[in-house]
Design a protein around this ligand. Sequence first.
Ligand code: EPU
Length: 417
Amino acid sequence: MKQLIINGNKELTGEIKISGAKNSVVALIPAAILSDEEVTLYNVPNISDTKALMDIIELLNGKVDYKNETMKIDTSKIENKVVPESLSKKLRASYYFMGALLSKFKYAEIYFPGGCNIGSRPIDFHINGFKKLGAEVTIEGNKYIFKAEKLKGARIYLDFASVGATINIMLAAVKAEGTTHISNAAKEPEIVNIASLLNNMGAKIRGAGTSEIVIEGVEKLGKGVIDVIPDRIEAGTYTIIGALLGKDLKISGIIEDHIDALLSKLKEMGVDIKVKNNSLVINKPEQFKAINVKTLVFPGFATDLGQPMSVLLTQADGMSIFEETIYENRMGHIKYLQKMGANIRVNDRTAIIVGRTLLKGEEVTATDLRAGAAMVIAGLIAKGTTKVNEIEHILRGYENIVEKLTGVGADITIKED
Ligand code: EPU
C-alpha cells in the first residue's frame, strides 16, 4: 500500500510541464493494432494505465518499445486472443480493444472493463453501435463475445455524446465496408487525436471534433505516427493548484482552447492568469469570489475537473454551487473535505459549498482518480499533515505527480508499506 504524505501551505513557484493525455493514449494504443505495420506515439505519459495497455498489446503478440516518452508498437504479428479479466479490469479503456479487435479480426472476446467507480457507466451505446455495423454480441458471465461475418457502414445516433462510444465505433468502422455516420458524436479533443492517428494510418475520417463524424471504410491501415495531445485534465489540475498556491507558477505545454471553460471560471473567481504561447503563468489572488460550476461535455466544464475545482470553491468567500451532470457518483471526495473542515452540503449530484474555510491535515482516501487529485489539492492547502490512502488511483492518471509538485516547492512524498 502506498500513501501520499503532504505537509501543506507552501507557496509554489517555478514550472510544471504537462504530460501527454491519459484519455488519448488509452485509445491510441488499442488503435495501433489496426495497423499491419508499425505505429509510433510521441509524448506518451508514463502512468499505470499506459502500462496496463502495453500488457494487453504484448498478450496479443504485439511488440512494444517504450522509452523517453516515445512508444513504438509493432503490430505485424498481432494474434486474436481472449483479453482476460485480470487485464481488462485494470482500467476502463480496455474496452477500446472491443472495437479494435472486432475491426481487425471480426471476432473478439473480452471481459468487462474496470475503471473509476463514479457511476454505473454502462456501455450500451458501444454495443448498439457494433450491432448496427453488423456484429453479433453475446455475454457469457463477465465476458463479451463479438462476432461478425463482415462489418458494414451504418448510420449511428448516440443518445448521449459519449467519448468512449464515439471512439469505439470509429475503431470498429474504419475498415467496415461503406460509410458510417456517427451523429451526436462526442467532440472532446481526444477524439480528434485518435482520428488523426487513424487518418495518418490511411483511414478516411471526417468531422472529428464536431458532432457529425463520417467514416469511409478502407481495406488496409499501415504505418502511423502521432503526438499525444497535452493532458487537459492534468493541466487543469495544476492550474487550480496554481490559483491556490501559485507565485508566478508556470504551467507549460498546454493548449488554451482545451481548458477555456476552466480559465474562464478561474477569471470569474478573480484569479490572475496570463496565457502566452503554450504556457500560462498563474498567481494566487488575495481572495476568491464564490461562483457556480456545472460540468458538461466539451467544450463545457470537464467532469474530470469538477472534483479538483470543488476544493478551490472551499476557499471562495460565500456560497458556491458545484453541479455534476455526467456521472451519478462524483461526490466520493466530499466526506473527506468535510473531515478536513470544509462546509459542504451534498444533495444528489449537487454540492453547496460555503467558504472560506481553513482546511486542516487529516488521513483521507482517494476514492477514484479525480477524487484523489482533489485530496492532493486539499492536502497542499491544508494546515499540517495530510495522509492520502489508495493513491494507486492517482498514479493511473498523473505522471510523476510527486516530482512535479516537489519541483515547484511542495512538501509531498510517497510512503510505501
Ligand atoms: N454512457 C452510457 N452508455 C454508454 C456510454 C456512456 O450511458 O454506452 C453514459 C455514462 O454512464 C456517463 C456518460 O454517458 O454517464 C458519459 O460517458 P462517456 O462515455 O463520455 O465517458 P467514458 O468514455 O466512459 C471518458 C473518460 C472519462 C471522462 C469521460 C467524459 C476515458 C478512459 N475515460 O469516459 O475519464 O470522464 O470520458 O469526458 O477516456 C477520468 O479520466 O477520470 C475519467 C473518468
